[in-house]
Write a protein that binds this ligand. Structure first.
Ligand code: PMP
Length: 428
């Protein structure tokens, strides 16, 4: 397996894997694109119902095809191969309608069916109650750091933040512009390696909400359970960007869940917000129309042009997750992957180290260091030669980080663990 560029993947003939998959290789885009003259769209007539007869995605999750690397990036991150192949096969002519999803009107019947299916599949996956709206937005989770206080608070309202890592800290700092946030617990002095005991939290009863970052992508700290908000409205808000759809979540415990798509559920450019409907309609007067959740809830995420292609990709991922058996099954796979990696780190006699307290280690982002930091660059370089890329830790913390989101196959983690054993044997 050799590293390759996106272009070379795109232009290569169909792999054996694709041929074996549920996708008909004769319809794959590379065959059309590799000719100098684009072929005309196939003769299938545009049929409003064409999409309904598409075979469902059948996840097989075998070893990745030989021309792909194992990508441990924190986001944008690896996507399921069957989803990429499906998107490839539909890129040029979506389900016989004669155009790509990128070219469709966002108000046409084809795209309507795409966004509606994406929403209903996400609702099924997370068992989202009817009194919650699902919004497909833009601007990344970073935009939500401002949108949340703008929508829920007046400028003088107090709100509570639990800061378990850099992302929670960024959310808190942004909120300072729009309300009066208090950090009621910070893990900074312990280098963000812990989650607080909920009993000891001093929540403010007059706070408008309690905010957490459910999984800190840089520090690898994950809430395994959630604090009960003691504010009057009982509103808990979670940034779930890096563990969204990695396990079942009781949505009814939250006022708002938000997540950038580019880790577990799609490409960058889509931000998903799940909001309890009674929280809509109270935005501060200065709130830009695009940051007012009511704007998007009233218009089914079609107030302006949404990130159509990204939403389509998220829809394919949701379909794939459902076909795997839903989030309970997905969680089991994620637990297995994380377990073998943490076991390797903990069993290395201190050669590898993970600083995070064991009970709150992330299933998604595994940060680790070497007892001999001078070997880290070599570790990363040698791993890349073995087609395991993006293992460098975030620039703010250094070391290594393996992001093992839903789409990272077990074989990728097994290969990493085997490489770690070998690296240790050579350098111990
Ligand atoms: N929150 C978390 C937990 C993240 O991991 C990230 C991105 N890595 C963000 C927020 C910011 O997301 P975006 O880049 O989509 O604005």
């Amino acid at each position: 397996m050799a590293a390759t560029t996106p272009q070379s993947i795109f232009l290569k003939p169909t792999s054996a894997k694709a041929a074996a998959s549920s996708i008909n290789p004769s319809s794959l885009a590379p065959n059309t694109l590799s000719t100098s003259k684009p072929q005309k769209p196939c003769s299938i007539k545009c049929a409003a119902t064409a999409h309904q007869i598409q075979d469902p995605i059948k996840p097989t999750h075998p070893l990745p095809s030989e021309d792909r690397v194992y990508n441990f990036a924190a986001g944008p991150a690896t996507l399921p191969e069957d989803v990429l192949l499906r998107a490839q096969s539909e890129l040029y002519n979506w389900r016989g309608c004669g155009m790509s999803v990128m070219e469709m009107s966002h108000r046409g019947k084809e795209f309507s069916s795409i966004i509606q299916k994406a929403e209903s599949d996400l609702r099924a996956l997370l068992e989202i109650p009817d009194d919650y709206a699902v919004l497909f937005l833009q601007g990344g989770a970073t935009t939500q750091f401002a949108a949340v206080p703008l929508n829920l608070c007046s400028p003088d309202d107090p709100v509570d933040y639990i800061v378990t890592g850099s992302w929670g800290d960024k959310a808190f700092k942004e909120a300072q512009k729009y309300c009066k946030p208090n950090v009621i617990w910070s893990g900074k002095s312990e280098k963000y390696t812990k989650i607080p005991s909920f009993d000891d939290l001093q929540q403010n009863s007059d706070a408008k909400y309690l905010h957490i970052c459910a999984n800190e992508t840089i520090h690898g700290v994950e809430f395994k359970d959630y604090p009960i908000p003691k504010n009057k409205g009982g509103i808990l808000i979670a940034d779930m960007s890096s563990n969204f759809c990695s396990k079942p979540v009781d949505v009814s415990k939250f006022g708002i869940i938000y997540a950038g798509a580019q880790k577990n559920v799609g490409p960058s450019g889509v931000t998903i917000v799940i909001i309890r409907k009674d929280l809509l309609g109270n935005a501060q007067g200065i709130t830009p129309v695009m940051l007012d959740y009511k704007t998007h809830a009233d218009n089914s995420s079609l107030y302006n042009t949404p990130p159509c292609y990204g939403i389509y990709m998220c829809g394919l991922v949701f379909e794939d997750l459902l076909a795997q058996g839903g989030l309970k099954e997905v969680e089991k796979k994620n637990q297995k992957k994380a377990e073998i990696l943490y076991q390797e780190i903990d069993g290395s006699d201190g050669f590898f180290r993970c600083p995070v307290e064991k009970s709150v280690r992330s299933l998604m982002n595994v940060p680790f260091t070497l007892a001999r930091p001078e070997l880290e660059a070599e570790f990363i370089k040698e791993a890349a030669k073995e087609s395991m890329v993006q293992l460098k830790g975030h620039r703010s913390v250094g070391g290594m980080r393996a992001s093992i989101y839903n789409a990272m196959p077990l074989s990728g983690v097994e290969k990493l663990v085997a490489f770690m054993k070998d690296f240790q044997a050579r350098h111990a």
